[in-house]
Design a protein. Structure first.
Length: 214
């Protein structure tokens, strides 16, 4: 089980996982690559001029390789996760930092993409919410358009679920529900289940309660 999966609630579902775009590693790749080329060049020259010892110079290649591997590991462990309830940001390799923003607290979503970002599919996502942090900014995130669409879809679905719960509550409390109320709510309930907003068990339990009102 991954670290992200351990953070999920029993009925919580992951909708999308995003990371920083690979361009954030570009400078590191260029520098470590250049250092590696220099080390190899000097080692080959040393082998020609002084064969006995300069093979050891190739061991210096472990430095740029280890550095690049560490940076890739840090990049891989930084995740932006959209679930059907919240946005989770995870950072850190050994020491983890996790921040959550409930979807119901998201007020606005701002996306910025430069010309290069549009060509390579990266950009910044700014999430304005009613949480304590107020504003969360995800910089140079990969596929920001898909991330924003997934976030908007989940927020809209959450609103549909809340609206269903409010109307279902009124029907369940009513002395005599209207003839079309219960079938209509069950149809909406089935749609919510198909979208994964509620589990099969929740669907059956809510459906049974509604049918008891007929």
């Amino acid at each position: 089980m991954s670290y992200a999966e351990k953070l999920l609630l029993p009925s919580e579902r992951v909708v999308r996982v995003a990371r920083d775009h690979w361009i954030v590693l570009l400078l590191t790749i260029l520098i470590d690559g250049a250092v590696g080329v220099v080390i190899v060049g000097l080692s080959v020259l040393g082998i020609i001029l002084s064969p006995p010892w300069t093979w050891f110079g190739l061991l210096l290649l472990l430095v740029p390789i280890a550095h690049l591997t560490l940076r890739i590991w840090v990049w891989w462990n930084k995740q932006y996760i959209i679930t059907d309830r919240r946005i989770i940001q995870i950072a850190g390799t050994f020491n983890k930092r996790v921040s959550d923003t409930l979807l119901e607290k998201v007020n606005d979503i701002v996306m910025e993409q430069s010309a290069l970002g549009q060509a390579l599919k990266f950009g910044d996502i700014e999430i304005i919410s009613g949480s304590e942090s107020g504003v969360d900014v995800f910089r140079r995130i990969a596929d920001p358009i898909m991330f924003k669409q997934a976030l908007l879809n989940q927020r809209e679905s959450l609103g549909s679920l809340a609206d269903f719960g409010e109307r279902a509550g009124r029907v369940l409390k009513a002395q005599a529900p209207g003839a079309g109320d219960v079938p209509e709510l069950i149809a909406e309930l089935d749609e919510l289940c198909q979208k994964g907003l509620i589990t099969d068990a929740e669907f059956e339990e809510k459906k049974r309660r509604l049918l008891d009102r007929i």
